[in-house]
Write a protein that binds this ligand. Sequence first.
Ligand code: F6R
Length: 230
Amino acid sequence: MARRVTEVLAADAAAVLGLPTGRTPMPLYRLLARLGDEGTLDFSQATTFNLDEFLGIGPDHPGSYHAYMQQHLLSHVNLPSTRAHLLRGWTEDPERECARYEAEIEDAGGIDLQLLGIGANGHIGFNEPGPHLMARTHRASLRPGTRRANAIFFGGDSDAVPKEALSMGMGTILKARRIVLMATGKSKARAVQRTVHGSLTTRVPASFLQLHRDVELICDHAAAAGLGTR
Ligand code: F6R
């Protein structure tokens, strides 16, 4: 995954990257941070857009994805802060914030490489399974399981995890020119299996990645366990 990032930046120093948070990309960011600290990774002309952010907490909240990105990547690489874009979860006007974000992605020329993690329930970004999905950046309600999975960022207390978030929509993600989805651990095996072999369904948001012409899946053996079966 780190190689995908370095290759894209080597081909185009001004590439636009879409970035996830969560546990899965931590080793990736550790590696990129090390390259950044060594001065061998140049983010000086790059632009990044994070997938999502919790609603109702500020950038200094330790559970915020702002704090996560600062800790895991941004404090280690030479990316100008004006080009590190994250949704402002503390906004007074979520709808306007979502529209602003969509416009910023457009103004940047769209996303060249979108990195994704996947929820055990098949969500990508905070596009949760349900009767419908949203195309554009929107305000999203988080499922109890998703809040539990994020408790590690809130002192282990899932009740402290916000009930809502702002997230890129399915269309925002699918418009990226290239997508790399990563999954690790057996808790993701079913979601990976349904993403790759299942039918397109709003019950497994990641299944819509089947519609994209350039998606790569990088996973460990545990997450890939269901891929031999249909
Ligand atoms: C986070 C995000 C989520 C996570 C997913 C998996 O920005 O977009 O979709 O990728 O919840 O989270 P982990 O990696 O913690 O299992």
